[in-house]
Design a protein around this ligand. Structure first.
Ligand code: ADP
Length: 454
């Protein structure tokens, strides 16, 4: 607003100065011209005295000025159209002094609605300065014109300034109404109403702010939905082993059963407790996967970690009559948290054993695809139905609940894997055929160690 004011003020001063300057230029030319004409007339006089000059002035009919003074070279008045009595006295007007110094001079001022223009030129006779001509004009018409011009500019400026003030007030009022709308929406969201949307209208920065705000609430809503789903899934999953433990312990207490059955029931209670333990550990890994800090990431080759996983699971594989084959020759360095790589490979290998068939194989290989380091785990197991493929990475999702539970599954392994792969900048895909087996492929951006070293 201050800038607009300054601009208007500048325009006002500029236009009024320009209009006055235009007037000055045209007036100067005409007054000096008149002075010169008169000076030429007087220089042709044989002698310059009151009577010869009066005669010459009466011959110059076109010379319409308010006051005409002619002086001799010393500045003494020879002729004064306004004050006859001033003749023979010295004229000390600044214009006369300048003209007697052999210069043409023009000046003007404006007061009480009247333009005062003054001009003077020297008079020469045969090359010698013999006096000067001084003219003064009062011009009420020009004065009125300038005054009305200045008044018009002033009026326009005032009107524009008022309009600017009104616009600014209206604009800031509209903006503050819209800001208040966003603030009240923020309060609603703070209360947990994530479905709330703000409608800003318009097409400016506040509209963009409104869109960003709605985007944010959408994300809050999505993460709140996920959180609720997780809590309800987790409590459902924890409820099942707890209910079994309760049922088994109640049966032991209420029924008069033989020691062998009691032993069996207590063993089952122990298994359910183990399951709870495994589940809580997986939930912990899941929450670690979600609160990720990349500070401990390092560039490593994948093979040593994969070999560690194979050593760990080889005994279980052999127990289930599964052969693990590895081909880790085409290895690539990748940027990853080593614990994550271990967990990813562990979960996928463990699944490859759990969902395999006795006598089956599990093939783990590494290879390079352009700028990606690829880990591939292929089993010859039961396979995954096509309609389940898009769900297996969801928390607590299990294709065959009974089989998964029997093998100690919680439905969390693959969601942990996907979380870890993605936070390390990789991607995971799966292909499967029922009865033939499944292939899980994990791709990470590969690092060219030579370039990194440079
Ligand atoms: P779980 O603890 O039940 O194994 P996961 O998240 O690891 O949980 O796997 C989700 C589901 O995907 C499993 O219950 C299983 O039905 C299916 N699945 C995972 N890996 C394989 C595999 N290699 N072969 C067949 N089915 C698999």
């Amino acid at each position: 607003m201050f800038i607009t004011f300054a601009v208007l003020l500048f325009l006002n001063v500029y236009t009024s100065t320009t209009s006055q300057e235009l007037f000055y230029k045209s007036k100067e030319t005409s007054m000096i011209e008149k002075c010169r004409l008169a000076a030429t007339e007087f220089s042709s006089l044989e002698v310059m005295n009151t009577s010869t000059v009066t005669g010459a002035v009466s011959r110059m009919e076109s010379l319409r000025v308010t006051r005409l003074i002619v002086t001799d070279s010393s500045g003494k008045a020879i002729y004064d159209s306004a004050e006859k009595s001033a003749v023979y006295s010295y004229i000390l007007l600044p214009e006369v002094i300048v003209a007697l110094d052999s210069n043409n001079v023009f000046s003007w001022n404006y007061h009480d609605g009247v333009m005062h223009s003054k001009a003077a030129t020297p008079v020469y006779s045969y090359g010698t300065l013999t006096g000067c001509v001084y003219m003064m004009e009062l011009d009420a018409q020009q004065g009125a014109l300038i005054e009305s011009l200045q008044n018009n500019i002033l009026t326009i400026t005032v009107v524009l300034e008022v309009v600017v003030i009104l616009f600014s007030l209206a604009f800031s009022n509209a903006s503050s109404v819209r800001l208040r709308r966003i603030m009240s929406s923020m309060r609603i969201i703070r209360e947990g109403e994530y479905a709330h949307k703000v409608d800003m209208g318009g097409n400016d920065e506040l509209t963009i702010l409104g869109k960003e705000f709605n985007d944010l609430t959408d994300r809050l809503q999505a993460s709140e939905n996920k959180r609720r789903q997780f809590v309800s899934d987790a409590s459902h999953e924890l409820k099942t082993p707890l209910a079994s433990i309760k049922l088994l312990s109640d049966s032991i207490l209420q029924n008069d059963m033989d020691m062998e059955t009691v032993h069996e029931f207590v063993e089952d209670i122990g298994k359910e407790a183990d399951r709870l333990n495994r589940m809580s550990q997986k939930l912990l890994s899941l929450s670690r996967a979600e609160s990720y800090e990349d500070a401990d990431c390092e560039i490593i080759y994948m093979a040593p970690t994969i070999e560690r996983v194979v050593r760990m699971l080889d005994a279980i594989a052999r127990e289930n009559n599964i052969t693990i084959e590895t081909d880790l020759r085409e290895d690539s360095p990748i940027l990853i948290l080593e614990d994550d790589l271990y967990q990813i490979a562990f979960n996928l290998t463990e699944n490859g054993i759990k969902y395999n068939t006795p006598g089956g194989t599990l093939r783990i290989s590494l290879h390079r695809e352009v700028d990606m380091g690829v880990l591939q785990i292929t089993d010859s197991g039961v396979g995954i139905p096509a309609e389940s493929l898009e769900h297996i990475f969801e928390r607590f999702y299990r294709v065959d609940k009974a089989r998964s539970r029997k093998s100690g599954g919680s439905g969390l392994g693959l969601s942990i894997v996907r979380g870890m792969v993605e936070r390390n900048g990789g991607e995971i895909t799966v292909e499967s055929e029922i009865g033939k087996g499944s292939t899980f492929t994990v791709r990470f951006p590969a690092f060219d160690l030579e370039k990194v070293d440079e």
